[in-house]
Design a protein around this ligand. Structure first.
Ligand code: KG4
Ligand code: ZN
Length: 348
């Protein structure tokens, strides 16, 4: 068992405010508090950035205190502070980054800025059966859809493919909105699809090019919008469930085919699923089933570690702080920050 720093981590890149404490073994989570703003934004049908950052400012102190109380430790016993420095909503990011700087300065602890997507990938390392690098990661969230070759956590990331338009989560959320299911819609589509007929509605297959690893969801979204518009009455009941299941299956099939293709092309039999959409039941089931058939190991972080949380940020921070990296107190929050820019050496 490797021993590293006990890390307190803060995640506030979007509409979730989370604080976690990860112990020195890099596995034991002493606290994992997530304060969701879903109710705050629900009536607007999407995230209102100004409301998100104002709420973060209000909640930071109590959520931080709750994490320490839950863990039963004091700030003095923390070895390092990790914080999501980007990418995300700039106002939201600033709240966490400035709070973390205050803690690091006040308590004399090293600070580390974490890339949100490195955090998502790190989620797989919180599970007892962590992947052995190198591996391919399918990163599917509300803002990103990418296939990444991961040489090691905290090392360099090679982007193998990315979406040309919408992210997978966005496709779920926009279609859910058209169906009147509210925001965020991915979870609602997942729930309504349970046990329903995924062959009832037809969606276009999108697999251009044999070795192409890019994604595109705009065609699927347009097809969904057209099917919904052409109806005389809104979809409901079993029909609504079948529609959700059919749409979900089309998204999942695309993601799974491309992810397995990437692993095959890289000759790496290990695939990690990460990001909010990796919590989707159909995606998890389909990837596991195909993995069993094709003898490819599929790593699925628990659902709570797929959607935004601070435990994953703590785990990414643990790896970098553990090898002596730290960010300066002038650490900048970055709304735009390509993962390919990351490498060994702490973000500044
Ligand atoms: O990673 P995440 O929590 O935040 C970002 O970094 O974007 O991902 C949020 C996205 C949303 O689009 C949400 O609808 C989607 O993940 N999502 C799901 C499920 N749970 C969350 N999509 C499909 N099925 C789910 N069960
Ligand atoms: Zn995320």
């Amino acid at each position: 068992m490797s021993v590293g720093p006990r890390v307190l981590a803060i995640e506030s890149s979007c509409d979730e405010l989370a604080v976690a404490i990860l112990d020195r073994d890099g596995r034991t989570i002493l606290a994992n508090i997530v304060h969701s703003q879903v109710e705050l934004h629900a009536r607007y049908g999407g995230i209102v950035p100004e409301l998100a950052s104002r709420d973060h400012v209000r909640r930071l102190e109590p959520v931080f205190e709750r994490a320490l109380t839950t863990a039963g430790v004091g700030l003095a016993s923390i070895d390092g502070i990790a914080v999501t420095a980007g990418p995300g909503l700039i106002g939201s990011l600033l709240c966490g980054v400035e709070f973390a700087k205050g803690l690091a300065l006040g308590a004399g602890k090293p600070l580390l800025g974490v890339h949100h997507l490195e955090g998502h990938v790190a989620a797989a390392f919180l599970e007892p059966s962590a992947p052995t690098p190198p591996f391919v990661a399918l990163l599917v969230s509300g803002g990103h859809t990418s296939l990444i070759r991961v040489e090691d956590l905290g090392a360099r990331y090679e982007i193998l493919g990315a979406t040309r338009d919408d992210a997978a989560g966005e496709a779920f959320d926009k279609t859910a909105k058209l169906l009147g299911l509210g925001y965020p819609g991915g979870v609602a589509i997942d729930r309504l699809s349970q046990g329903r007929d995924a062959t009832r509605f037809h969606f276009p297959k999108m697999m251009p090019g044999k070795d192409n690893l890019d994604f595109s969801f705009s065609g699927l979204k347009t097809a969904a919008a057209k099917l919904i518009r052409e109806r005389e009455r809104p979809l409901e009941g079993d029909e609504l469930g079948d529609f959700c299941a059919s749409f979900q299956s089309a998204v999942v099939e695309n993601l799974v085919q491309k992810a397995f293709r990437a692993a095959r092309l890289q000759r790496i039999p290990r695939l990690v699923l990460a990001g909010g959409v990796a919590a989707n039941s159909a995606l998890r089931a389909r990837a596991e089933e195909k993995g069993r058939r094709e003898q490819l190991a599929v790593y699925l972080p628990s659902r709570i570690f797929c959607t935004d949380n601070a435990a994953m940020i703590a785990r990414a921070g643990w790896a970098r702080l553990g090898r002596g990296e730290s960010s300066p107190l002038s650490l900048a929050a970055r709304a735009y920050w390509p993962l390919s820019e990351l490498g060994p050496g702490a973000p500044s």
